[in-house]
Design a protein around this ligand. Structure first.
Ligand SMILES: [Zn+2]
Length: 235
């Protein structure tokens, strides 16, 4: 994706001197992964995506690694303490690296308990000074529509969202692999995920709203327009 080159953000500078933590939330299909990666590319932020981190964790062949494979294949929720442990490891590592001036958390916390726990962790690691929570909002109808149409590369596993220029891709833009529909993007599984979002993540969004950290962005627009709004929001 050469999108960031097209975006008119060349002269954009972060005004904050504090370490910036950007949490990106939104229902499945809202494009939060795409936006997270644009931010990472633009500012060199560190990145934490729970999906990526959990898939990596599966490869460690201990009890949790093996059980994660089973649980995630069934589409069941991963317990909060497992995901929290992964954050802590990441935050500890970030504390030791002096390279970056921020990090992006893609798609979590997903429960109130996790949000509270994460707040504590940010304070402990002294990252709490500048925290922005971006909520990319799309309607349930739009989410369903995008999820049933999005595809995945059979070869490298890259998820191809049903937005913008990705819609017309014939092959994977990274490796040229064949694009197929994801087995867990069946309508019933999608509806289940959206229900979970409403039940678990909406309270998290309201929690951040009360703290004055939330910026809501209309996600039913172009990738570029959404990214411009995110840039304004994190100033
Ligand atoms: Zn590929």
């Amino acid at each position: 994706m050469k999108l960031s080159k097209k975006l008119n953000t060349k002269n954009y500078k972060l005004k904050t001197k504090n370490y910036l933590v950007v949490i990106i939330l939104g229902p499945s299909g809202s494009g939060k992964g795409t936006q997270s990666k644009l931010l990472v590319r633009k500012f060199g932020f560190d990145y934490f995506g729970s999906g990526d981190a959990l898939r990596k964790r599966q490869k460690i062949a201990d009890f949790t690694g093996k059980k994660l494979i089973r649980v995630m294949n069934l589409g069941e929720l991963v317990p909060s303490f497992v995901i929290s442990k992964l954050w802590i490891d990441k935050l500890e590592k970030l504390k030791q690296s002096k390279g970056t001036n921020g990090f992006v958390l893609d798609g979590s916390p997903r429960k109130i308990a996790e949000a509270k726990f994460f707040d504590e962790a940010l304070i402990w690691y002294e990252f709490q000074k500048k925290v922005k929570v971006i909520f990319i909002n799309i309607s349930r109808k739009e989410s369903l529509h995008r999820l049933t149409k999005r595809r995945i590369c059979k070869k490298c596993g890259r998820l191809i969202p049903y937005i913008g220029k990705f819609k017309s891709l014939k092959k994977c833009d990274k490796c040229g692999g064949r694009l197929i529909f994801r087995p867990d993007d069946k309508p019933r599984a999608i509806k289940k995920r959206l229900e979970e979002f409403k039940r678990e993540v909406i309270p998290v969004i309201n929690y951040y709203k009360k703290q004055g950290k939330l910026i809501e962005i209309d996600g039913e627009r172009s990738i570029e327009a959404i990214f411009q709004d995110i840039l304004k929001a994190i100033e």
